[in-house]
Design a protein around this ligand. Structure first.
Ligand code: CP
Length: 382
């Protein structure tokens, strides 16, 4: 049954929505469960309005910068799509083409970009300890500039993937689960599993983002990975605490079969070996390209010792009634992370999951920047 924009609007909590004014999204863990729930409802309103061709141009003549220090297809497109739908102008810049590579500090970069723009998105995900810190410093640069000049613009920072979290992805994933399970998410068993990839040593942040976000909503989250592929300890601690607070659970296993047994949802994707991700920090600090290359080679050799970690028909058959929902942030390594058959079976579901990101970003931008937002959306929904 399709729910229209007015029906979604009736669930939107105005007081929580108003409290989101001026908020940046740097980690989902910085937001309360009620704030995330309201943000998701707002995204659902915006998706319904978009489907009805009624999204109001809330931010005409506003500039939405995004800075990418890593490659992207979906998130760039979602940022641009969100800005355009809200009446703003997106600009997407390759981070390596900025003066950051010549030593400009992150605080200075934030100030320089923020003085001219109305929101800043950043992807900085490859080096542990760097990406989220860059975003926080850039936000400080923006906030200090706005305060010093008495400029009352709201310029939120949106994390478009860092070393710790990938909030716009995991919020999109949460929105997709809310659509697939309209009866509620509490009690659902979700497996976040490592899977084999030969392509590159991927960031840890999607897996970390999933275990920290999904445990907020009463789900039973299972993390599975081979030994040596652990995630950052603060994220594991947060997942455990979240699960205890929400009535869900959080467990870790090194057995992919056991993790799939009876699961309602599986999310198998690769990330790099933890010790080598740490080695990369020092090599990057020294700008040692040869060592960076050798770490990458060793990471792929390590991955190749775990080629049996694939989401295939046999493992999908072990899930609840053999009918678990397969999720992936994309791009997936077909034939390595996932069998061609499973990928094909879920191709359209994966596209719908990916398409939620534009609404997650629209919600983040409009909640942070809009005033009297519920009334404006109600006017559009009539
Ligand atoms: N999943 C995701 O973030 O995709 P991109 O890397 O293409 O943005």
């Amino acid at each position: 049954m399709t729910i229209n924009a007015s029906q979604h609007l009736s669930r939107l909590d105005s007081s929580v929505l108003d409290s989101l004014h001026g908020r940046s999204m740097l980690l989902t863990q910085d937001w309360t469960a009620a704030e995330i729930d309201t943000l998701c409802t707002l995204a659902e309103v915006l998706q319904a309005l978009d489907g009805e061709g009624r999204v109001p141009a809330l931010f005409p003549q506003q500039l939405f910068w995004a800075l990418f220090f890593d490659q992207s297809t979906r998130t760039k497109s979602s940022w641009a799509g969100a800005a355009a739908r809200l009446g703003g102008q997106p600009v997407i810049v390759d981070g390596s083409s900025t003066q950051v590579s010549h030593g400009e500090t992150s605080v200075e970069t934030g100030a320089m970009l923020g003085m001219n723009s109305h929101a800043l998105g950043v992807r900085h995900d490859l080096i542990l300890g760097e990406g989220n810190a860059f975003m926080r410093d850039a936000k400080k640069g923006i906030d200090d500039y706005l305060a010093a000049t008495g400029d009352d613009r709201v310029v939120p920072v949106v994390n478009l993937q860092c070393d710790i979290d990938h909030p716009t992805q995991t919020l999109a994933d949460l929105l997709w689960l809310r659509e697939k399970f309209p009866g509620g998410l509490a009690g659902k068993t979700v497996t976040m599993s490592w899977a084999y990839s030969p392509s590159y040593a991927k960031p840890l942040s999607v897996a970390q983002g999933i275990i920290t976000l999904f445990t907020r909503f009463g789900m039973n989250v299972r993390l599975a990975h081979p030994k040596g592929y652990q995630l950052m300890q603060p994220c594991l601690d947060a997942a455990k605490a979240n699960a205890a607070a929400s009535g869900g659970s959080f467990t870790v296993t090194h057995d992919m079969d056991a993790a799939f047994e009876g699961a309602d949802v599986v999310y198998p994707k690769s990330w790099g070996p933890y010790d080598l991700m740490l080695e990369r920090v020092e090599a990057n600090r020294k700008k040692d390209a040869e060592t960076m290359k050798s770490i990458e080679k060793r990471a792929l050799e390590r991955n190749a010792m775990n080629t049996s970690w694939i989401c295939d028909e046999r493992r999908m058959g072990m899930t609840r009634e053999g009918k678990a929902l397969y999720m992936h942030c994309l791009p997936a390594d077909i034939g390595a992370e996932v069998s061609p058959g499973v990928m094909e079976q879920f191709r359209h579901d994966l596209a719908r999951e990916a398409n939620k990101k534009v609404y997650a970003i629209m919600a983040l931008l409009s909640a942070a920047k809009g005033r009297g937002l519920k009334a404006a959306l109600a006017g559009a929904a009539k």
